[in-house]
Design a protein around this ligand. Structure first.
Ligand SMILES: N[C@@H](CCC(=O)N[C@@H](CS)C(=O)NCC(=O)O)C(=O)O
Length: 126
């Protein structure tokens, strides 16, 4: 698998999960300040231009932090990333979503995005 990440962003959380799982993977570093997330070749893989992005060995691409986290937890049950109890699983999923949406991304945007970042470009989804 390939994990596309950028230092100083929320993608660090998925990086941690990959290390917890302990299977080999390729980490592809992007420089957000240099605009790597908003141009090819990365936008050919994730047209939304966001990290974390996970590309599976079969080529399928998974985006959105909570979805990647859920995929990793379900496909690696022995890593114990998610509680087995349904109520606890919902609590963990809620906490993950909250942290990504309200804290991590907001903080990293404030710290990392230069004020001169070009305007958002249109996204073409397939
Ligand atoms: N909803 C997305 C948010 C991901 C996101 O906003 N990532 C930021 C870093 S925390 C990013 O890739 N920014 C790059 C850019 O906007 O060019 C998710 O859950 O993965």
């Amino acid at each position: 698998m390939k994990l596309f990440y950028a230092p100083g962003t929320c993608s660090i959380g998925i990086h941690v999960l990959m290390e917890e799982i302990g299977k080999p993977y390729e980490a592809v570093k992007l420089d957000m300040r240099a605009g790597d997330t908003q141009k090819p070749p990365f936008t050919d893989i994730n047209p939304k231009g966001k990290v974390p992005t996970l590309q599976r060995d079969d080529g399928d691409v998974i985006t959105e932090y909570p979805v990647i986290a859920q995929y990793l937890a379900k496909s690696n049950p022995s890593a114990g990333l998610m509680p087995k109890d349904e109520k606890a699983e919902l609590t963990a999923a809620s906490a993950t979503d909250y942290c990504v949406g309200r804290s991590i991304c907001r903080a990293s945007a404030a710290c990392s995005v230069p004020p001169t970042l070009p305007p958002t470009r249109p996204i073409r989804m397939q």
